[in-house]
Design a protein around this ligand. Sequence first.
Ligand code: GMT
Length: 392
Amino acid sequence: MKIGIVCYPTYGGSGVLATELGIGLAQKGHDIHFISYKRPARLVNYIPNVYLHEVGTFQYPLFEHPPYDSLLASKIVDVAMFENLDVLHVHYAIPHATVAFLANQILASKGKTLPIVTTLHGTDITLVGLDRSLSSVVEFGINKSDKVTAVSDSLRKQTQSHFKTETDICVIYNFINLERFSRKENPEAKTNFAPHGEKIMMHISNFRKVKRVDDVVKVFSKVREKAPVKLLFVGDGPERIKVQDTCRSLGICGDIIFLGKQDAVEDLLSLADLFILPSAKESFGLAALEAMACGVPVISSNAGGLPEVNIHGHTGYLSEVGDIEAMAAGAIDILLDDNKLASFRVNARNKALEFSRDKIVPQYEALYQACIDEQGGIMSATRQPCGQTHIV
Ligand code: GMT
């Protein structure tokens, strides 16, 4: 198939997932055309069958803001026509789903059909999409997509409760490349951060408010009263200055290292004993899954789809959002008991195996094929709405 993928190129789960999906599909022989305003952060090396089409900008004195939606629609039309795309998969509803509909209408006027698959990732529904200034556009984009997927059952339910959806929403979980994300012990690098054999706690995010990064520091401050431990922060974003201030006011900066944005997160995760994700909202928690695949247990909030990934008392612990005491207690419980840490490590990796790329990518392929078949008027008797083939 020739598949167009529209995504945000920045550090963030939707862009990461879109990129990994494109790579996985390209390796299976599909032609993948990424359409984005910059090279997606995870698209580092040349990969056969992968092409990138950058959406440019346009300045004119009349415009205070460049007309991004129109530029994106125009780029989609151009790529769809000249690369003869079979299907377009847009990640994150705003503005991609509605822009895809516009592109689809322009293409129809030129005699080309282009089925649209929209994947909802989280904040497009639970935060940005709920804002009155955007909600009607989000709802329209969802209802005009040929297929809609959500990355967890929790997100599917939230979408159905917040919006008047007319389209089935298929849950296709996020996935992980288990070869890349596997634990590679590196005692030398670990000593660099924890010279006296301290345990390492880690948090990776884009430091947005919704991640509650301040809670990470507060939990860590309690844990370090009971256990020798260091905290590694990976990533950067708007909340970083506030978080650094909290470290300073608690006088614990000596045990906290800010590494900033990093690409080889799997190497860093391999140094960690515990991952912490106290988010206020989290549709899935791809960062938690990446940690688990590297054999790192997770202390997280119970927001959104996190309970579908992190299993309480098995791969880590879940607490109410903002419950610093419970998160610290869970962390201490794991870090002070080497046997428990060892068994949670194994459980975390085993749970991550359920989200392997090899299991999930075929679900998207089936969904694309179902879209293409439906547009061509072919209804497979054995195909279900979400594209799975019904095994009789
Ligand atoms: O969490 C972010 O800030 C990034 C955001 C995105 O859309 O890029 O992530 C969302 O999508 C990820 C991939 O599907 C999910 O794993 C994250 O849970 C989700 N974030 C939220 O719901 C807050």
